[in-house]
Design a protein around this ligand. Structure first.
Ligand SMILES: [Zn+2]
Ligand SMILES: [Zn+2]
Length: 63
């Protein structure tokens, strides 16, 4: 099964996810990553589905 791909609204590149209210953005065009934990996948940006950089995890509060 081929995963669905959408077009980035800024550069025309492929994106993994697309919001219901408009074109999505690819990882490099995403200006405001907002990482949320997704089951089975780990943390992903809700806008571009990108993974957080390694140092991003340092800011997590584990308590
Ligand atoms: Zn793009
Ligand atoms: Zn993003």
């Amino acid at each position: 099964m081929i995963p669905p791909t959408f077009k980035c609204g800024k550069c025309g590149g492929s994106t993994i996810i697309e919001p219901q209210d408009g074109p999505g953005v690819c990882e490099s065009c995403c200006e405001d990553h907002d990482y949320l934990y997704e089951r089975y996948e780990g943390y992903r940006c809700v806008h571009c589905h990108g993974e957080p950089p390694p140092d991003w995890y340092d800011g997590l509060d584990y308590d």
